[in-house]
Design a protein around this ligand. Sequence first.
Ligand SMILES: CC(=O)SCCNC(=O)CCNC(=O)[C@H](O)C(C)(C)COP(=O)(O)OP(=O)(O)OC[C@H]1O[C@@H](n2cnc3c(N)ncnc32)[C@H](O)[C@@H]1OP(=O)(O)O
Ligand SMILES: CC(=O)C(=O)O
Length: 541
Amino acid sequence: MLTDPVLTDPVPTDLDFHVFDTTLRDGAQREGVSYSVADKLAVARLLDEVGVGFIEGGWPGALPKDTEFFARARTELQLRHAQLVAFGATRKAGVRVEDDPQVQALLDSGAPVVCIVAKSDVRHVREALRTTLEENLAMVADTVSHLVAAGRRVFVDCEHFFDGYAVDPGYGVRVLATAFASGAEVGVMCDTNGGMLPMGVARVVADVRGQVVGRLGIHCQDDTGCAVANSLAAVEAGVTHVQGTANGYGERAGNADTFALIGNLVTKMGLPVVPAECLPELTRVSAAIAELANIAPDDHQPFVGASAFAHKAGLHASAIKVDPQLYNHLDPAVVGNDMRILVTEMAGRASVELKGRELGVDLTGQGDAIGRVVDQVKVLEADGWSFEAADASFELLLRAQLPGAPEPLFELESYRTSVEHWGNGVVVSEATVKVHVHTATGERERVISTAEGNGPVNALDNALRQALVGRFPALAGVSLADYKVRILGWNGGTSATTRVLIDSTDGAGEWTTVGVHDNIVEASWHALVDALTYAVRHRAG
Ligand SMILES: CC(=O)SCCNC(=O)CCNC(=O)[C@H](O)C(C)(C)COP(=O)(O)OP(=O)(O)OC[C@H]1O[C@@H](n2cnc3c(N)ncnc32)[C@H](O)[C@@H]1OP(=O)(O)O
Ligand SMILES: CC(=O)C(=O)O
């Protein structure tokens, strides 16, 4: 019997339904992903926070890292909701289950649940396993009974179930029936090659339900882009165990996305498959796992992406102003996400009003100013400017149209930058700025400042901040965090319109500004001036 359980009893939902996450097993089969054991432990903790019932941690015995993961999980993982699952295969053909080291490693892992993969397509049994259909059934029966006798809960992943069903439906059903008769708790129908569509999945699941007694599950790969839809169709047809991976990471095109599955099952199908308090964790956990996997988050991912509730079109904004539900399929807060309004060339007056609200700018009675901002943004965007990612530049532009708008921080007399390549291979930039700064007593003071930098923009930034810091001390704590350049189109020769985005930080927060010009240094200058102006007006004290 199991003597050293890894986990405490899970906190049940009020529904008999399994959400089974395989980020750490199938998700790790995605090209480019390689978790350390510490990463795997961190991912497991995060998955537990979204309330999944089962976390498949890997294949102990096959991968040393996974063996270590299960060993460390015994002392380092305290999960509140999930049970840990060890993945493995049925015993080898012609080998006694007691003598199969791969099966023994599953027991040694200490995981309270074991999920074994079994062949359920006659072609795979004959061609890949090179054994008989009867021996494959014996492999399933022996492995399941052995693990159950040792006190494990056993789930069986029936590989290539749907493809096999098209060739010999009776055999896949026999594999499921054998698994259940041997003590398996779940028989999972796998769309291993990911070639199914929802209609086909629903048909097969409904057909199989009438032929076996036991909990059926679904595992879908995303090769047709239908993994989530296929899984939901299977639920509709009667399965009560769904497998997915965080952000849909997985072999080839990936798996069903656990977060989209949970979002849809709870909010669209009315199935409380995770504890209610876990649902708002989806967005945070999705981003944190992307970080650990070292994959840039997909902003457009349903439910949890940064753009999942971002509205660009003016007509959308005008309806959202009346009622956000008119253009949102869900209140974003339900899954821990936020609605955002984007002000671009596609904006109308309502977009600017809502953006103003988001930025904390009071636009009551400012109809004319709002109209001027809409027009100005359209003209600037036609010239290559983009305020979508540059909220700080937009806020300065907006406030400049309001009564009592503040004076610029300084007037520019001139700036100059140079790049020197010294004989020893060192490249140094220098910049000089000449500005007129308004002093506290209202005088105009001419300041000339020269500074070096590792590039012309860095030198300009240093020289300008040096010129202004005496008057605006908060600038001492401001620095460039990121610098992005986009060439918007060649005008011939080396001339092109260049858009520069600058992220600045004062240690407590970040803000983004934009500049556009044919000359990259001048484009950068615009973005720099906005960055420092924003720091003085909206970050200082
Ligand atoms: C659909 C899925 O995603 S299932 C998950 C697949 N995951 C992985 O393969 C990742 C981890 N895999 C590994 O580390 C290795 O492949 C190992 C350790 C499992 C096996 O490595 P090796 O012993 O070198 O074998 P190899 O990978 O070449 O072949 C797999 C063996 O398992 C057998 N096998 C395949 N599926 C099953 C099964 N369901 N039940 C029993 N045996 C199986 C094959 O017949 C083959 O046996 P053979 O060596 O006697 O010909
Ligand atoms: C088990 C599994 O990962 C599959 O069949 O795709």
